[in-house]
Each structure stands twice: as C-alpha cells, then as structure tokens.
Design a protein around this ligand. Structure first.
Ligand SMILES: *Cc1c(COP(=O)(O)O)cnc(C)c1O
Length: 454
C-alpha cells in the first residue's frame, strides 16, 4: 500500500442489521436507575410519559442483538456506512511507526454521529403515534440531528438551546429552523422551570442540565409530546454501535487489528458507539484492546468525579443514575467543545470504567486544538472541537509508539466536522484560547449536594 490516504468503504448491504447491546456480555449488570421522588428502582411505567415503549424496552434490554427496523436502515443509507481512513499523512508528519486509523462520522447530514440515534428515536416515536418531540441542545449538534430526523419521520421538534450557544452560534439555530424545528433559548419563559431560573437570574447563560429540565417538563406536561436525549442513556449508546460494528469489518479489510481504541466523551455515546463492539469482544475473550475515553480538563467526570447516584439535570426531574459525576449543580467553564460540557457520564461507560475495562484521560483545550490543526493540515478534514480530544490522545499514543519503536495500531472516532466552530479555531490561532484548571472547589461544592440514596 503506497498511496497516502486509503479509504475503506463497505457496500450499503453491510450496514449492520442489528445494534449490539453490551449489557449481554457484562460480568455484572449496571446498577438500576432510581425514581427521583421515591428513590426506588424505576419501573418501565415510570418512563412512559417521556419515551415510547419500544425505546424503554431497549433501555432495559439484556439481549445481545436488537434488530434495526428497515425504515431506520433505509434512512441510515443516506450516510452509512461511514468511511474508515488510514491517516498516512498524519503518520508521516509525526514520523511514527504507528498505524493510525479513524472512523469518520462527519459525513452525516448533521455533520456528526448524532443522527445514528436521532433517526431510530424519531422512528419509534412516530410509530407509537407521537406528534411532537422536545429536546435540549448545547452547541447545537444534537438539536440539528433531531430536527433532521423529525423532518424524515413527520414529527414536530421543539429545541431548548442553551442560551450562551443560542447567542454565539446563530448558524446552528438557523440550520435547525431550516429543517423545521422551533428553537428557544434556555432558560426560557415557556416552562415553569425556565421561569423560576429567570426570576432569580434573568441573564443566566443556561446549561445543558437546565435545558434538559425544560425539555423534560415540556414532554411530561403534554400528551402529544415525548422527550429525546442525544447521549448518556443505554438506548442511545446502543444505536451508536453501528459505528464500531462497521469499524470491525473495515479493519478486517485493512488487514489489521487495533491495539488502542479511542473516543472523546461528553455523555459517552460516540465513544461507546465505536468502542463497545470491541469491548464486547474483549469481554467474550475474543480480543484484547486498550480502550481510552478522552474528556476535557474542564469537565473531568471520569478522571476526577465520583461514581455515585446523581440526577441527569439541574432541576432534578430526571431519574437518578449511577455514574461518574461532578454533581448536577456543576456548571462547566465555557470551553469550545460544547458537546463535552456535561456534569455526568453514561451509566454503561461509568460501569466499564469502574470494572477497569476502559481507561480515561483528561486534556486541556489548547493541546486538543493543536492536534486538530495538525490533523486538518495533514488529513484535510477540519475536526469538531469535541473530536480533537480523541485526536490529541491518538497523536500522543503515536508519539509514544515512536519512542518505544513499536508499530502500534491506533483507531479513533472522528465524531464530527468543525465547520460551525470556526470562531473557536480563530481564537486558538490568535492565541486567545484559555485553558481552565481543574475546578476543585466548584466540584467539591457541587458534590456536597449529591442526593442521598439509602
Ligand atoms: C455531541 C458530540 C460529542 C459528545 O457527545 P457524546 O455523547 O459523548 O458522543 C462529541 N463529538 C461531536 C462531534 C458531537 O456532536
């Protein structure tokens, strides 16, 4: 193989026919979610106001394979299978013996991995007769993905967009509106929770935790509406496993097995999507990999948080889940990887970290942008600020391979492109980007308010 860039593409028929459910292969099940009022284990009926039964069934399923409905596979054909690239030019620039591969999710209409779950969520809701979906969005990627999915399956979509992003990222809002969604800044005067926040802090910049509270309230108080979440939950991670299943076949085409598998983590879904099919092999004794989740130093839930029951939102309306958390009252610094600014972590990712099956690493934003710029200048793709976290650690692993003189095979998930994040790149290039120290005091403060679970 002498060409510089090799693209491994599967034919459409090899889009997976089932999602992979890692719960089937776990040595112990993850701790159950609890009702926010009673603190007792949650039953399927407790979730019925928020989600259609098909998704609730997936949320609690222990079956290894869950069939992908044909209308979902058909919508996946708009952008799947996604390509796997070998980063020959980056390898050359690093002068490393390592082989670096990346799975590129930025070719979906939303520019990220998020349609992989937005599409089935819209499908199952439409099938259950739901007319309208309410959701939150931070930087705008999830809102965009759900707006597209809503358009494909004939659902109205209402997006509560974190105020700071709403003001700073007008193009994301315009894109969502073009796809037919209606978007309001959160906190908004349209929910009880939003009004309560605005009464105390009229100029609140909002947070993902607050926007979740508003979207949950919207769904819980309207008969025609359900709620959709873009990460964290078991069914969301399940839908994302199309990424890793395709990657396994593509690595076979390349004639290689990865030694290291890397993904960035906000709520954990793109990481899980790539990694879980590999972790499953490990759990079944069919392979051995180092699996690394990469998070920002500004929101270090896996590396500095505690493994405890906590709320998913600031208004304490969601179920409690056991996860690595910085506390639901923690509001992260305004780093540019907006999709990674979340206080918690998916329970399944948290559980695997607790079991020692995966590693976690935290990185500052300046070094991630340095890696992102090097990647853009060698591979030609402008990565999303979130994805640059994975690139940073892939580059570090490749440099370590060079020191050790080993031809290590590295695979990472390039979760999206950064075409809407040029302001962040401009700030990096002009030296104006800040690195935020680990906010020890604010985390301690937020952790002191963790719910007490008997
Ligand atoms: C939303 C987003 C993330 C973070 O979310 P996860 O659920 O952790 O994957 C990462 N990358 C991109 C491009 C995103 O849009």
């Amino acid at each position: 193989m002498t060409n510089n860039r090799i693209k491994f593409v599967l034919d459409e028929e090899r889009i997976p026919r089932a999602w992979y459910n890692i719960v089937a292969d776990l040595p112990s099940p993850p701790p159950p979610p609890l009702h926010p009022g009673t603190m007792q284990a949650l039953g399927p009926d407790d979730l019925a106001p928020l989600f259609p039964m098909a998704l609730i069934a997936q949320e609690v399923s222990a079956e290894r394979e869950i069939e992908i409905p044909e209308p979902v596979r058909d919508a996946y054909r708009l952008f799947r299978p996604s390509p796997l690239f070998r980063a020959r030019r980056l390898e050359k620039a690093l002068d490393t013996p390592a082989h670096i591969y990346y799975k590129y999710e930025g070719l979906s209409p939303a520019g990220s991995h998020k349609p992989n779950t937005a599409i089935p969520q819209a499908f199952y809701n439409a099938e259950a007769g739901v007319k309208r979906l309410a959701t939150e969005t931070g930087a705008g990627q999830w809102g965009t993905a759900l707006a597209i999915a809503g358009a494909l399956f004939g659902l109205e979509v209402k997006v509560y967009m974190v105020r700071a992003s709403y003001d700073q990222k007008p193009y994301r809002r315009m894109l969502m509106e073009t796809y037919g969604a209606s978007v309001v800044p959160s906190p908004s005067p349209t929910t009880n929770y939003g009004r309560a926040v605005l009464a105390v802090t009229p100029d609140s910049p909002g947070s993902l935790g607050m926007a979740i509270s508003e979207a949950v309230e919207d769904a819980a108080t309207r008969d025609d509406t359900k709620y959709a979440l873009g990460s964290v939950l078991n069914h969301v991670l399940l839908h994302q496993t199309v990424i890793g299943q395709e990657a396994i076949l593509q690595m076979e085409m390349a004639g290689e097995e990865p030694d290291v598998v890397i993904g960035c983590v906000g709520g954990g879904s793109n990481f899980a999507g790539l990694a879980f099919p590999f972790v499953g092999r490990m759990l079944r004794g069919e392979g051995s990999y180092r699996v690394i989740a990469v998070e920002p130093e500004a929101t270090p839930s896996l590396t500095r948080g505690v493994f405890a029951y906590d709320f998913g939102d600031t208004g304490h309306m969601t179920p409690l889940v056991k996860m690595y958390t910085l506390g639901s009252e923690f509001i992260p610094e305004p780093i540019h990887a907006g999709g990674l600014r979340y206080h918690g972590m998916a329970p399944l990712v948290s559980h695997l970290k607790d079991l020692g099956q995966i590693e976690a690493r935290a990185v500052h934003q300046n070094p991630t942008f340095a890696a992102g710029v090097q990647f853009a200048r060698t591979e030609g793709i402008l990565p999303a600020p979130e994805s640059t976290h994975a690139i940073r650690v892939a580059v570090d692993e490749a440099l370590r391979a060079k020191e050790e003189g080993v031809a290590r095979v590295i695979l990472f998930n390039l979760s999206g492109h950064g075409h809407f994040d040029l302001t962040a790149y401009e700030r990096y290039l002009s030296g104006a980007l800040e690195d935020f120290e680990y906010p020890a005091e604010r985390v301690a403060h937020a952790l002191a308010a963790l719910p007490v679970v008997g």
